[in-house]
Design a protein around this ligand. Structure first.
Ligand SMILES: Cc1cc2nc3c(=O)[nH]c(=O)nc-3n(C[C@H](O)[C@H](O)[C@H](O)COP(=O)(O)OP(=O)(O)OC[C@H]3O[C@@H](n4cnc5c(N)ncnc54)[C@H](O)[C@@H]3O)c2cc1C
Length: 386
């Protein structure tokens, strides 16, 4: 994992311009007018789930990523809010920094535990923190995303330690039962709602018709100070981003027919710490090996950020990036189909943009090494945004 480069916060809000293109709005997160508009406009439309005094609680525990819950974490929160009756409050335990709007995600109360990070291995401390929250809120159920990035492991550890009943890989649930696939997907296993529910991805739609109360609870009131751990975290071993399997890559830059300077493109990938993908035309031309092809007859990817350089966005290519979170297109043609899929379109020449980004990222690295404030690499190309 390469963490040396400060990147655009991919969860910044975007607006639709008069040209119909979407643009990430730089510097507006947290307190800007747009943020206020987004928050109030969004929340005003939805009623509070319940205003009654709560008698019970359900807990949702999930690790955050760069201050936000990912889709899977949001789905676990939505599952809890959908099953909770009007005398049950939904309490979110956010492992890691949390700057999302807890109310709009469905939480009535939330605790932020910024001392934890999904990239830091602290199994016994996390277990203690979760156990302390369970002791404080005595929830009827604990919901967690069943993922391989910390939550699935923590949920299982907690259930084993507390002697709690648990269901994993839950694909369906209602007030009475949970269901998971069995016998390699040929059967469905049902059981009564257990203490701990680990949800498979996409079992629940994260969009809720209502909001929670979103009250913050001071973590020191609930979670004890950290104690010595039996584990030593040796840190994350960095590896060349080009070695990361495309299906697992969180940040991909991809080249199409509009990329002519392949070495410059590869140098940008290495500077940004991004994995490399390509369109079929670029692969057929011999510029990239077949295993880099993304699309219907190539790989399907789920990156948080996917930058398409000189790719038209043919339907077969779009099929491979349907699960990408933020797509950025660099294309001379503002009406190319990729622009409809992209969250941000830069109408510019690929070679010029690749050079500008490489220079900006290298400068950011150098200033970081010198101890100066980190440059926002994106701002250098800002003038080119459509
Ligand atoms: C059965 C089948 C399966 C297929 N499977 C796949 C697949 O898995 N993956 C896949 O990608 N395709 C697949 N294709 C091919 C697909 O239909 C497209 O032909 C292909 O994706 C186009 O690649 P491209 O966008 O790189 O090239 P082009 O269509 O040539 O588009 C190049 C783009 O780059 C832009 N451009 C050109 N020069 C510059 C410049 N200097 N600066 C900025 N922008 C520039 C152009 O405006 C254009 O939008 C499949 C097709 C079929 C029939």
């Amino acid at each position: 994992m390469n963490d040396n480069i400060k990147r655009i916060d991919p969860r910044r809000p975007f607006i639709v311009t008069s040209a119909g293109l979407k643009r990430i709005t730089l510097g507006e997160i947290g307190s800007g007018a747009l943020h206020d508009f987004v928050a109030t406009h969004h929340d005003a439309a939805k009623p509070r789930r319940t205003a009654k005094v709560s008698r019970r609680a359900v807990l949702v525990a999930a690790h955050t990523d760069r201050g936000a819950l990912d889709d899977h974490g949001r789905q676990a929160l939505a599952a809890a809010a959908l099953l909770a009756d009007d005398e049950t409050e939904v309490v979110l335990i956010a492992f890691g920094a949390f700057s999302d709007d807890a109310a709009s995600l469905g939480a009535d109360r939330y605790i932020e535990l910024p001392g934890f990070d999904r990239r830091h291995f602290a199994p016994d401390e996390e277990l203690r923190a979760l156990a302390a929250c369970v002791a404080a809120f005595t929830p009827v159920h604990v919901f967690m995303p069943d993922n391989a990035t910390g939550d699935g492991d923590l949920g299982r550890r907690y259930a084993a330690r507390a002697g709690a009943s648990i269901a994993t890989h839950v694909v369906e649930l209602d007030l009475q039962h949970v269901a998971a696939y069995a016998h390699a997907g040929r059967a469905v296993a049902l059981r009564a709602l257990p203490d701990v529910i680990l949800l498979a991805p996409n079992a629940v739609d994260a969009k809720l018709p209502y909001v929670g109360a979103g009250a913050r609870v001071n973590s020191e009131d609930v979670v004890p100070a950290t104690m010595p751990s039996a584990y030593v975290d040796l840190g994350i071993e960095e590896m060349d981003a080009a070695q990361v399997a495309l299906e697992e890559a969180d940040f991909i830059i991809s080249a199409g027919n509009g990329v002519t300077d392949v070495p410059a493109f590869e140098a940008l990938a290495s500077t940004l710490g991004a994995a490399i993908g390509a369109s079929r035309v670029a692969v057929d031309d011999g510029k990239f090996s077949r295993d880099k092809q993304i699309g219907a007859t190539g790989k399907t990817v789920e990156a948080s950020v996917y930058i398409a350089f000189g790719i038209s966005g043919a339907v077969q290519h779009l099929q491979g990036i349907k699960d990408c979170r933020h797509v950025i297109a660099v294309n001379l043609d503002a009406s190319a189909p990729i622009a409809k899929r992209a969250n941000l379109t830069i109408v510019a020449d690929t070679q010029e943009t690749i050079k500008a980004l490489t220079d900006a990222a290298s400068a950011a690295r150098a200033s970081r090494t010198n101890g100066s404030p980190i440059l926002q690499t994106a701002t250098l190309a800002e003038g080119a945004y459509a």
